[in-house]
Design a protein around this ligand. Structure first.
Ligand code: NIG
Length: 380
């Protein structure tokens, strides 16, 4: 079965060999997809079994959201409200979500995650990573990952998200559990392992222990770091060769140098900084230093309850000082790099046929018209 997206006014390929500039822009274009893969990028008017008429609008690769926590139960709207009234975010609400998630049935968690996946898809996200981290015991961490694997191949074991209440003052015992029985139960359902390296969560030595155990179990490495203040997260992520270090809200010059001289992607989560009233990171400095940058939603009930990559793009342009083109790249090929995928985030011959048709003539509208649902059609 073949499909053509025809009459594209502005096509973003992310392949400079196919078109103009870093986004590889082609005007008056069409894209042919056969058996899920892009087989032709050319002028408008190519043929296929089925056709979508873009009617002169902009078409982009589907967004790659490389950081979410989509499997959870419970609501923390009140926590957001108190934060807007001046309360500081410290991550402690993770325990509330853990309570609610532990008591939810599989069917309830599945339905909640499916609704969030549908919302993300309607917003143009075609590749998504999902972390555990709201089980914090062996059975519930494994259960969350098993459910997450129903939605994506990019599942991440985040047992080291926060110390659960029953392990208060026994952090070393909990790290032993994460690296032992919990990892054994979770690894079959996970591709990645992650840890929250932050004051109040886990320190660099504890995170190194978790990542080392995860690597030995065959998992790829990722890290939450430098979210709530300066700290060792970025340096540790680079030392361990993590695919990505996520948040990067507080970066020193040394952190930026380390990122620039590594293959570790700096993933910004600006909707989190929005929702927690943290300062925005200076993405410009990180890009100018030569690091690879991604944008992701961090969809979770506490610090960032949004699946909207368009919102993240708008924030990145407005507040992280990325150009429009850099923000689009960060939300597509940047996310792909953070997940070490080469087949998504681009519309080039042989890549996955994941495309977004905008209800707008150019990609600029994604930041120019914030809050407006501009995704007309999503092709997967
Ligand atoms: O990335 N930083 C740790 N984890 C999430 C927060 C989760 C929560 O508050 O429930 C984050 O912001």
């Amino acid at each position: 079965m073949s499909l053509v997206i025809d009459n594209i006014g502005q096509l973003v390929t992310n392949d400079p060999a196919l078109g103009q500039g870093p986004l590889g822009l082609v005007e008056n274009a069409s894209v042919v997809i056969e058996n899920g893969l892009v087989t032709a990028v050319g002028p408008a008017g190519q043929n296929a079994d089925q056709a979508i008429d873009a009617a002169g609008a902009c078409v982009l690769p589907g967004f790659v959201d490389s950081h979410t926590h989509l499997v959870f139960a419970g609501d923390r709207a009140q926590e957001f409200t108190t934060r807007m009234a001046g309360q500081t975010y410290d991550g402690g609400g993770i325990r509330l979500t853990t309570q609610a998630t532990r008591t939810a049935t599989d069917d309830q968690l599945r339905a909640l995650a499916a609704a969030r996946m549908q919302e993300a898809r309607q917003g143009g996200t075609t590749t998504v990573e999902i972390k555990s981290g709201y089980g914090l015991n062996v059975a519930d961490e494994a259960r969350i990952l098993r459910l997450a694997a129903e939605f994506t191949e990019d599942t991440t074991f985040l047992g080291a998200h926060l110390l659960p209440a029953e392990y208060a003052d026994r952090a070393d015992d909990y790290i032993d559990l994460v690296c032992g029985d919990m990892l054994t139960a979770c690894a079959p359902h996970a591709k990645w392992i992650d840890a929250f390296c932050e004051t109040g969560a886990f320190d660099a030595d504890q995170c190194r222990t978790v990542l080392t155990a995860g690597r030995a179990a065959g998992l790829g490495l990722r890290l939450h770091g430098n979210q709530l203040g300066h700290g060792p997260g970025v340096q540790l992520a680079v030392e361990m060769g993590c695919a990505s270090v996520d948040h990067c809200t507080y970066l020193s010059d040394t952190d930026i140098d380390a990122l620039a001289n590594s293959d570790t992607v700096a993933t910004f989560l600006p909707a989190t900084d929005f929702s927690t009233r943290q300062p925005y990171p200076d993405g410009r400095r990180v890009l100018d230093a030569g690091a690879t940058v991604a944008l992701a939603t961090n969809c979770n009930p506490g610090s960032s309850y949004t699946t909207s990559m368009s919102f993240c793009i708008a924030l990145a342009v407005r507040d992280l000082n990325l150009t429009m083109e850099e923000a689009i790249q960060a939300a597509t090929v940047g996310g792909a790099a953070a997940l070490q995928h080469t087949d998504v985030g681009r519309l080039t011959i042989g890549s996955a046929g994941h495309a977004v048709v905008l209800n707008a003539p150019s990609y600029h509208h994604l930041a120019y018209r914030p809050g407006i649902p501009l995704i007309a059609e999503v092709v997967v």
